[in-house]
Design a protein around this ligand. Structure first.
Ligand SMILES: NC(=O)c1ccc[n+]([C@@H]2O[C@H](COP(=O)([O-])OP(=O)(O)OC[C@H]3O[C@@H](n4cnc5c(N)ncnc54)[C@H](O)[C@@H]3O)[C@@H](O)[C@H]2O)c1
Length: 298
């Protein structure tokens, strides 16, 4: 008996890393799982692992970075298991490059697969869920990189888009019993090998965080146990389940007649000089109070 008995769903990018862990846990909790990955060999291995453990799973090679691929994937889930109850959007790539050097191709590929893939797979799934009238759970994947991270204009931008889509869809789809949440996972994977710390260096050799540890939380979000949770982002992996603060207006200054330039010149430094927010993922104290100015000699 598992918390997903009788349900079915898919995990994009389920052939390795974090997505593989989601698949194994969905399968272990009783769901029929479509293990999706452009790398079919890896997807087949994960599906076989689930079946060998007594679960239900098939592989899909659909490229979710297109409407057609998303349609194929959702159709396969419905054909195989009769429904799509859980849609786990996890697939992704990185093409890191500093902003001034980033090419159109690097920008477009990352946006297409992360933001586009999430949009297409979620929309195809939500349409089926609404038609079936049985509700469902969509779990998207963001990253702390959406707070701003050096070299990740494309990736951070895509993850920010996914967070915003999560909040929007939660509001739009609750009336159909469809919940939409996101995780910001962690784990040692092929992708994390390219991640840098606050010092700009890769993690120490030998450091390992089991990427499958995000899976139980995804299974919980997909189950009816989690039916009170929507529109939320949780940091997961390792020892943590932490809720991510959502963007909101903070402190401010108000003037009934509105703000002209002279009033701004006078009041901006007085009010905001010690109140600017840390910029970026690493949250160091705001470093630019002395001015952001061209380097000497330029
Ligand atoms: N590893 C981390 O610490 C970390 C941190 C934050 C967010 N994430 C996010 O977690 C998710 C999984 O990352 P991971 O670390 O397991 O990476 P990974 O590279 O190990 O796995 C990603 C999988 O997605 C597949 N994939 C790529 N493009 C695809 C497409 N178009 N269609 C279908 N499958 C496709 C790849 O073949 C691969 O198997 C990503 O969304 C990533 O941004 C990871």
């Amino acid at each position: 008996m598992g918390i997903l008995d009788g349900k079915a769903g898919f995990v994009t990018g389920g052939g390795r890393g974090i997505g593989r862990g989601h698949c194994l846990h969905l399968g272990a909790q009783g769901a029929g799982v479509v293990v999706n990955d452009v790398d079919l060999e890896e997807a087949e291995k994960v599906a076989a692992e689930i079946r060998e453990a007594g679960g239900r799973a098939v592989a899909s090679q659909a490229d979710i970075g297109s409407r057609k691929g998303a349609q194929e994937l959702v159709e396969q889930c419905v054909d195989e298991y009769g429904a799509v109850d859980c849609a786990v959007n996890n697939a992704g790539i990185v093409r890191d490059r500093s902003f001034l050097k980033m090419s159109d191709e690097e920008w477009e590929d990352v946006l297409r697969i992360h933001a586009g893939g999430t949009f297409w797979c979620a929309q195809e799934s939500a349409r089926r869920m609404r038609a079936a009238g049985t509700g469902g759970s969509i779990v998207n994947t963001v990253s702390a990189a959406h707070m701003g991270n050096f070299g990740q204009t494309n990736y951070g931008g895509a993850k920010g888009a996914i967070a915003s889509m999560t909040y929007t869809w939660a509001n739009e789809l609750a009336r159909y019993g469809i919940r939409v949440n996101a995780i910001s996972p962690s784990g040692t994977t092929r992708m994390s090998e390219s991640a840098k710390g606050v010092d700009g260096k890769a993690p120490a050799a030998g450091w390992f965080l089991d990427p499958t540890l995000n899976g139980p939380f995804v299974a919980y979000l997909c189950s009816d146990e989690g039916n009170w949770i929507t529109g939320q982002v949780f940091g997961t992996g390792g020892d943590r389940v932490v809720i991510m603060d959502q963007p909101s207006y903070g402190t401010g200054m108000f003037r009934p007649e509105g703000w002209g330039v002279e009033a701004l010149q006078e009041q901006m430094p007085k009010f905001f000089k010690n109140r600017l927010q840390a910029v970026g993922l690493h949250k160091q104290p705001y470093p630019y109070y002395d001015g952001v100015v061209p380097p000497d000699g330029d």
